[in-house]
Ligand binder design. Structure first.
Ligand SMILES: [Cu+2]
Length: 484
C-alpha cells in the first residue's frame, strides 16, 4: 500500500545553504522579509537548542543530524499543503530550505505582478500584485516534529482592500466602501484580497507507534480541516494568479481567525477534527480579527501512493457573513489530487474539487466543481488550465438588487474555462522569473446576459511571476541539487 516503507519512515531531509533569493524579490517584499526574519530570530532566541547528541530522534538518523529533520511515519514536509492538508508526495510547491541550529527553515513565496482585464459592464481592469510568502521553522521536540509557521500577504496593499476584478467571483464585504453592494454586503465579480496574516500557527506531529501518529495544530490565523489545500498551495494551481470561482464552496476557510485541529494519522491516511472561527475575515485586512471557536469540521485524507491524495470533509460554519449574522452554512467538500514527475525538472499536477454549501437562511444548496491542471514541462515552459462549474445565487452575483430584482436565493449556473502559459525568463539564485498569460472564457445563463453584457464574457491576465524554482521532489532531488 505505501511507498518506500520502513526506509521512508526514517527519511530525513537534507538541507541546502541559505539561498539569497529573497534579495531578488521586488520592493513589496521588504516588509515580509523583515517580518519573517524577525520571527525567525524570535524562534531561535526563545527555544533552547538541542544538540544532536541530546536529540531524542538522533538514534534514527543516518548521517549528520544537525542538517536533517524527521518525517513522522514517513510523512515528509513536502506532503504538507496549506494548514494541515496533504498533497501527493510526487509533486511539490517549490521552496527554499536551509538548516540552522537544529531548525529546518523553509521559505515559500509567490509574487505575481499582473495586468488583469475582465470584460463587460461587470468587469474592470487593474494593475496589481497578488503575492504571499510563507516561513516555516521545524525541529524535533520530544520525539515529534514541531513546526512554527507564518504566511503573509501584501494583497491588501497591492490589489487594494477591494481585491481584484474576477467575473463571477463573490465573497463577503461590509459595504460599498470595501467593494460590497449597497443593500447587502456581498462583493460580486471581484476576489477579496487575502489578509496580511494569512497564517500564524504551530503544529506538532508525533508517532505513538509504528503505524500511528497524532497531530495538533493551533493557529490564531490559520486553516481548519475543511476542503483541500487552498488553491495557492496546490501544485495544480500554484502558478495561476487567480482564485477559483468556487473558492467560497471549497477552500475559503483557509484564513480563519482561530483554529484548533487534532488528528490521528498513519503513513497513508489522516483523520482530523477542528473547531474554528467560521466568520470570514473582516475588511480590516492588516490586523487579527477577534478570535472565536464557534464552528467545527472534520476531514479524512488518504494518500494511497505517492501520486494521489484524496480527501472528504464536512463543516459547520456558524455565521460566516457579518452582514447576515443569523445565516449558517453547512459545507461538504471532496477532492482528488494527482501528481507525477515529468522528466528531470518538471511535474504535472491535477485536482478535482467538489464543494457544496447549504445555507440555513434559504435552505438552498449550491454546488461547485473545479478541475485544474498545471504542468511544468521543463525548465522553461509551464502550462495551466482550470475549468469550473458553480451555482451562484442572485445575492452572490448582486442581481437581487434593482434594476434586476431576482429573488436572493435564485441560483444561476455559471462556468469558466481558463488556459495559461508561463515562460521562464531567468533564474537568479534560488528564484525563477517567468512571464505568463492566461485567458478565461465565462458562460452565464440567458437571464443575466444583460448584466454581463454577453453570455460569454471573457477575461485575460498578463503577469510576471517570481517564485523559488521547482526542484524534483524527494531525497533524490535534494541530492541532485548538491551536484549542480
Ligand atoms: Cu481566500
Amino acid at each position: 500500500m505505501t511507498h518506500d516503507g520502513a526506509a521512508k519512515r526514517l527519511t530525513r531531509r537534507c538541507a541546502r545553504d541559505p539561498p539569497p533569493f529573497l534579495d531578488d524579490f521586488d520592493a513589496h517584499m521588504t516588509l515580509l522579509q523583515r517580518t519573517t526574519f524577525a520571527l525567525h530570530a524570535l524562534v531561535l532566541l526563545n527555544i533552547p537548542q538541542v544538540s544532536p547528541a541530546q536529540d531524542p530522534m538522533a538514534g534514527m538518523a543516518m548521517g549528520d543530524t544537525t542538517r536533517m529533520v524527521m518525517s513522522p511515519l514517513g510523512v515528509s514536509m513536502d506532503r504538507l499543503g496549506s494548514g494541515t492538508t496533504w498533497i501527493p508526495d510526487a509533486v511539490t510547491v517549490p521552496s527554499a530550505r536551509f538548516m540552522t541550529g537544529g531548525w529546518d527553515l523553509m521559505l515559500h513565496g509567490f509574487i505575481f505582478g499582473q495586468y488583469n482585464k475582465q470584460s463587460g459592464p461587470r468587469g474592470g481592469d487593474q494593475f496589481g500584485s497578488v503575492n504571499w510568502g510563507m516561513f516555516m521553522a521545524s525541529r524535533e521536540v520530544a520525539g515529534g516534529r514541531f513546526q512554527v509557521r507564518t504566511m503573509l500577504s501584501l494583497d491588501p496593499a497591492t490589489v487594494t482592500t477591494h481585491g481584484y476584478p474576477l467575473l463571477l467571483q463573490h465573497g463577503a464585504a461590509h459595504d460599498e466602501s470595501t467593494g460590497g453592494h449597497e443593500g447587502h454586503g456581498e462583493i460580486s465579480d471581484r476576489q477579496h484580497p487575502h489578509d496580511f496574516w494569512m497564517e500564524l500557527g504551530v503544529m506538532y506531529e508525533r508517532p505513538v507507534s509504528d503505524n500511528l501518529a497524532l497531530s495538533f495544530y493551533a493557529a490564531p490565523s490559520g486553516e481548519p480541516a475543511l476542503g483541500p489545500a487552498a488553491f495557492m498551495h496546490r501544485p495544480s494551481a500554484m502558478d495561476n494568479p487567480f482564485a477559483p470561482i468556487g473558492h467560497h464552496h471549497q477552500d475559503a476557510t483557509h484564513i480563519s481567525f482561530g483554529v484548533l485541529t487534532a488528528g490521528v494519522f498513519g503513513r497513508a491516511w489522516k483523520l482530523e477534527g477542528s473547531i474554528f472561527n467560521g466568520r470570514e475575515p473582516n475588511e480590516e485586512r492588516w490586523d487579527f480579527d477577534e478570535i472565536t471557536l464557534d464552528s467545527y469540521s472534520g476531514r479524512l485524507t488518504v494518500n494511497p501512493d505517492s501520486n494521489w491524495s484524496m480527501s472528504a470533509g464536512y463543516g459547520y460554519l456558524a455565521s460566516p457573513d457579518a452582514t447576515s449574522p443569523d445565516e449558517s452554512i453547512r459545507r461538504f467538500t471532496a477532492a482528488v489530487l494527482h501528481g507525477r514527475k515529468l522528466g528531470t525538472e518538471g511535474q504535472w499536477a491535477s485536482t478535482l474539487v467538489y464543494g457544496v454549501n447549504r445555507s440555513s437562511s434559504f435552505n438552498t444548496v449550491s454546488r461547485s466543481v473545479a478541475v485544474e491542471s498545471e504542468a511544468i514541462l521543463d525548465r522553461r515552459n509551464t502550462i495551466l488550465a482550470r475549468a469550473e462549474f458553480a451555482q451562484k445565487s442572485a445575492k452572490d452575483l448582486a442581481v437581487d438588487l434593482a434594476p434586476y430584482g431576482f429573488p436572493q436565493e435564485r441560483q444561476f449556473p455559471v462556468t469558466t474555462l481558463s488556459f495559461g502559459y508561463i515562460q521562464e525568463l531567468v533564474r537568479v539564485f534560488g528564484a525563477t522569473l517567468g512571464l505568463g498569460a492566461m485567458g478565461t472564457m465565462n458562460r452565464v445563463p440567458e437571464d443575466i446576459e444583460e448584466v454581463y453584457g454577453s453570455r460569454t464574457p471573457i477575461a485575460g491576465v498578463l503577469f510576471l511571476r517570481v517564485r523559488p524554482f521547482h526542484r524534483p521532489g524527494g531525497m533524490a532531488g535534494m541530492h541532485d541539487m548538491h551536484r549542480h
